[in-house]
Design a protein around this ligand. Structure first.
Ligand SMILES: O=P(O)(O)OC[C@H]1O[C@](O)(CO)[C@@H](O)[C@@H]1O
Length: 546
């Protein structure tokens, strides 16, 4: 399917932004703040329970007006409506994109292919809740009658990163007499370390895979089954009590040997990286309980409603996306740092890497043409204050412009003396330092010797957003994740790419399937790769045989 949209760079807002950029490029944030004393209050927005301060960005009212015009001219409103209503906007896979249906209230109706998907969503949620209650209460017993205390999620990509991130983020709300582990890598070390201190008779494996064909997950699931059966003298009837599956593929689940009664389904209109609030979140629900999981879904839904209904100039995901496009496409900035000042969000940047880069790392437009502008910003990050002692040097004084998203909370879930005040002082100090820097005069006034002055100057003018909420609750986590999901969709819509396929991961998978037998065969293989790959294969085989 092709579409005949006006190319992005031909839009009138794009052309105006290109001109406008030359005026803004040399304007310092110091000037913008001096000229408008109300800027810090004015350039803010609220959505759900999130407060968004975007005043420390290199924009004027004119820039914002043009960026919003760009969103309008790009057809963003229609794209949002098309997504929420279940149109098949994932054109390269002919699928609807309905992660928003996963958190729709029970009484909503969204029809896809003649079916109300919301009722299916709630059927699965009810089954997940009943199962979670049984496991958490000890009613669900292992094969030898022991209570399940260990839960190991086996999955990769979207079937791992969301569950791990959510478990870590909501650990404060988790059932502490249970152990949760996550195995993703085909590197055997991942499995070996995850189970080394676990008793198989007390362990439940969740095999989480949308397709149920993924090499890593199937390899780990087979290893897990062998590990379990070794403890039960090969009695395969033990599998029923120790394995459940989360998948869209019932056929493959049952071929693996898991009873589909122990399967929790989802649908092809849920992308892997948009699935942590589907049955893929079973480990999250087991950890925090159905009520907290529901609170998380309500949080997602609040942000969905904000995205769908707030005017663009007050719409946090839209503003965030437009600002990122401003830096990426006009300032030539390549990355964004996400810096949560909340230890529980330590896996949030890793989660966002897949969400953002697997979604928008595309150079072909929806019309099938190569883009002539940059797409797919690189997202990275670490929790503060740790990152400050690592890569912030480059953000402050490097030659790259790296816009930052700071995330901070009014209250700590673990209030300890002065810790939280210090943490928050640091996040505020960082965004202040980045924006305003320290001038040559200021450095000299401190008595710095002349030769050292240039090293100690901070030119500033480095943009950031601050996302602020009361405290990290299940609902706030849902709101934060939905915020980034919708930011990614807005970016992709403006860039005119399909944020919901991932063909770019296929080639490596195919080539690995070809190489596996070449590494394993007892015969010397007839290698037909390039000379580098052939040589490395020979070296590996020689090492293996040593
Ligand atoms: O859930 P599955 O089907 O095992 O896929 C895992 C991951 O692999 C990918 O397809 C990429 O290889 C991701 O999009 C997905 O989240």
């Amino acid at each position: 399917m092709t579409s005949t949209t006006t190319p992005l760079t031909q839009l009138s807002a794009w052309k105006s932004l290109t001109q406008h950029f030359t005026a803004i490029e040399s304007t310092h944030l110091r000037t913008l703040f001096e000229e408008d004393q109300t800027r810090g209050e004015r350039l803010t927005a609220e959505g759900g329970d999130l407060f968004f301060d975007y005043s420390k960005n290199r924009v004027t009212d004119e820039t914002l007006k043009l960026l919003i015009q760009l969103a309008e001219e790009s057809g963003l409103r229609q794209r949002i409506e098309a997504m929420f209503s279940g149109e098949k906007i994932n054109i390269t896979e002919d699928r609807a994109v309905l992660h928003t249906a996963l958190r729709a209230p029970r009484d909503k109706t969204i029809i896809v292919d003649g079916e109300n998907v919301v009722s299916h969503v709630h059927e699965v949620l009810d089954r997940m809740s009943a199962f979670s209650e049984r496991v958490r209460s000890g009613d669900w017993k292992g094969h030898s009658g022991k209570r399940i205390v260990n839960v190991v999620n086996i999955g990769i990509g979207g079937s791992d990163l969301g569950p791990v991130m959510a478990y870590e983020a909501l650990k404060h709300f988790s059932q502490r007499d249970m152990v949760f582990r996550f195995v993703s890598n085909v590197d055997g070390t991942d499995f070996a370390e995850a189970v080394q201190d676990l008793d198989p008779s007390e362990t439940l494996f969740i095999v989480a895979s949308k397709t149920f064909t993924t090499l890593e997950t199937m390899t780990n699931a087979n290893t897990a089954r062998a590990w379990l059966l070794a403890a039960f003298a090969g009695d395969s009837s033990a599998v029923a009590k120790h394995f459940v599956a989360v998948s869209t593929n019932a056929e493959k689940v049952s071929a693996f040997g898991i009873d589909t009664a122990n399967m929790f389904g989802f649908w092809d209109w849920v992308g892997g990286r948009y699935s942590m609030d589907s049955a893929i979140g079973l480990s999250t629900m087991l950890a925090i309980g159905p009520d907290n999981f529901k609170a998380m879904l309500d949080g997602f839904h609040q942000m969905d409603e904000h995205y769908r209904t707030a005017p663009f100039e007050k719409n946090i995901p839209v503003l965030m996306a437009l600002l990122s496009i401003w830096y990426s496409n006009f300032f030539g900035s390549e990355s964004i740092a996400v810096l949560p000042y909340e230890q529980y969000l330590k896996r949030f940047p890793a989660y966002l890497q897949q969400l953002t880069m697997e979604s928008n790392g595309k150079y072909i437009t929806l019309s099938g043409n190569r883009v002539d502008y940059t797409t797919g910003t690189i997202y990275f990050g670490e929790p503060g204050t740790n990152g400050q002692h690592s890569f912030y040097q480059l953000i402050h004084q490097g030659t790259e412009l790296i816009p930052c998203d700071f995330i901070a909370f009014g209250k700590s879930l673990n209030p300890l003396g002065r810790h939280h005040d210090m943490l928050i002082a640091n996040v505020l100090a960082q965004s202040e330092a980045l924006a305003f820097g320290k001038t040559e005069e200021q450095v000299k006034e401190e008595g710095t010797p002349d030769w050292l002055v240039p090293h100690r100057v901070f030119e500033g003018n480095r943009p950031s957003n601050t996302i602020f909420a009361d405290e990290l609750s299940p609902s706030i986590l849902g709101q934060l994740v939905a915020l980034y999901e919708h930011c990614v969709f807005t970016q992709g819509s403006i860039w005119q790419i399909n944020s919901f396929d991932q063909w770019g991961v296929e080639l490596g998978k195919q080539l690995a399937q070809r190489i596996i037998p070449e590494l394993e065969s007892s015969e010397t293989p007839d290698l037909q790769h390039d000379s580098s790959t052939n040589n490395l294969i020979r070296r590996y085989r020689a090492t293996k045989e040593k």
